[in-house]
Design a protein around this ligand. Structure first.
Ligand code: GAF
Length: 385
């Protein structure tokens, strides 16, 4: 059963009536362009087939109820809250995500209460953007119930505000944009500053390749201090350089620019500036149909995230090194880091060897067995039922 069908039938069981609609949104993989979004830079994600679905119906009493269907079939209920009373700091944990979206949409004139039932298959804490998939699906559901249409970039910014100001995670626009704007069979080349996007065709199989996702099962979160401190360092560096954002640092003048900065922020700046450049070079290669040549850029991204940005961890490095040792053309951690997932660009004929090498690398260090799957760009968020 799809997440949408599961959410719909769980809604009927729970509320004794059919939902008015079911909306869903996908998790994402970011091919390249990590920690560039909050520096006004470039990203290149695609949507996963894994989705979070929200079955929803209006309530007349202004209350918001949220029930989540677990993998084991059990249902978890968040305490009902009054939409009118929602305020940052009033909720924490998983229930803060849907409530934060209701809070932010209140300012857009969406006031009504709702019953929401959530089901999904985006692994949580895997760096595949399950929380943003949830928030985007809730946003579409609440807007849909209110019969309000809105532009996807606006919805992405509202969801970002919910995440920043209500949940307390100072994240950028990558994940919401990916979930809301990606389309099947393409990667989304998105310029965060201008808001402009290009759908770039992406058919790895046609090049005899695949994107293997390695969920290390080392749990990842954007709400602890590591993400926020990197972001603050970037903002401090931009201020010292007198530019609006690190996006404005010219890669050809990077070495000289670094000399104007305190030692502690230099590696952060080096990562962001070179990563933006790698995104642009990757897009050029994809437009030229040269996917296999993207491998070294993907690996350079990992080295930069590991050594300069310092957001990798043992499990991510083992995933990347094992995949490369077995013939991957490139591999890197994705998302915020400190856990979560890596990707490897793998010749299809080497899939089994790469998988075996990764599993052996984890087993040799007695680490939890990672989950591996091949990812093909899927559809973005929308209404299912
Ligand atoms: C997390 C954040 F949510 C994104 O905004 C982005 O900064 C990413 O980490 C790193 O590229 O997924």
């Amino acid at each position: 059963m799809t997440p949408a069908a599961k959410a719909a039938s769980a809604f009927e069981r729970q509320h004794g009536r059919a939902p008015e609609g079911v909306w869903s949104a996908p998790g994402r993989v970011n091919l390249i362009g990590e920690h560039t979004d909050y520096n006004d830079g470039f990203v290149l994600p695609f949507a996963l087939p894994h989705r979070i679905a929200v079955a929803a119906a209006r309530r007349a009493d202004g209350m918001l109820t949220v029930s989540t269907l677990g993998d084991d079939g059990g249902v978890q209920h968040s305490p009902p809250v009054s939409v009118a009373d929602l305020a940052p700091g009033t909720l924490s944990g998983w229930s803060a995500y849907p409530a934060g979206v209701a809070w932010v949409l209140r300012d857009q004139g969406v006031h009504g209460g709702a019953d929401l039932v959530i089901a999904g298959d985006v692994p949580a804490g895997a760096g595949l953007s399950s929380s943003h998939a949830l928030e985007c699906a809730v946003a579409l559901a609440l807007l849909g119930l209110a019969e309000r249409s809105a532009e996807r970039p606006d919805i992405a910014r509202w969801v970002q505000r919910a995440e920043n100001d209500f949940v307390g995670a100072p994240t950028g626009l990558l994940d919401q944009t990916a979930s809301l704007q990606c389309v099947e069979a393409h990667v989304l080349f998105h310029d965060v500053r201008s808001g402009k996007s290009e759908q770039v065709p992406f058919d790895a199989a046609a090049s005899g390749l695949e994107v293997l996702v390695i969920d290390t099962r080392a749990s990842h979160s954007n709400t602890d201090g590591g993400y926020a401190s990197r972001r603050a360092g970037c903002e401090r560096a931009a201020e010292i350089l007198g530019v609006p954002a690190l996006r404005d640092v010219d890669v050809t003048e990077l070495d000289q620019t670094l000399t104007r900065l305190p030692e502690d922020v230099r590696p952060l700046v080096r990562h962001v500036v070179t990563e933006n450049d790698r995104v642009l070079r990757t897009v050029d290669l994809l437009r030229a149909g040269r996917l296999a040549d993207v491998g070294p850029l993907i690996s350079a991204s990992h080295a930069s995230l590991r050594d300069d940005y310092r957001v990798s961890c043992l499990e991510l490095d083992i995933a990347v090194d094992s995949a490369m040792s077995a013939g991957a053309l490139g591999a890197r951690m994705i998302g915020g880091g400190f856990g979560g997932s890596a990707i490897a660009l793998v010749p299809t004929g080497l899939h089994t060897e790469v998988e075996r090498a990764v599993l052996a690398g984890f087993a040799a260090r007695s680490l939890t067995r990672p989950r591996l799957f091949t990812a093909v760009p899927a559809a973005g968020a929308g209404r299912d039922i």
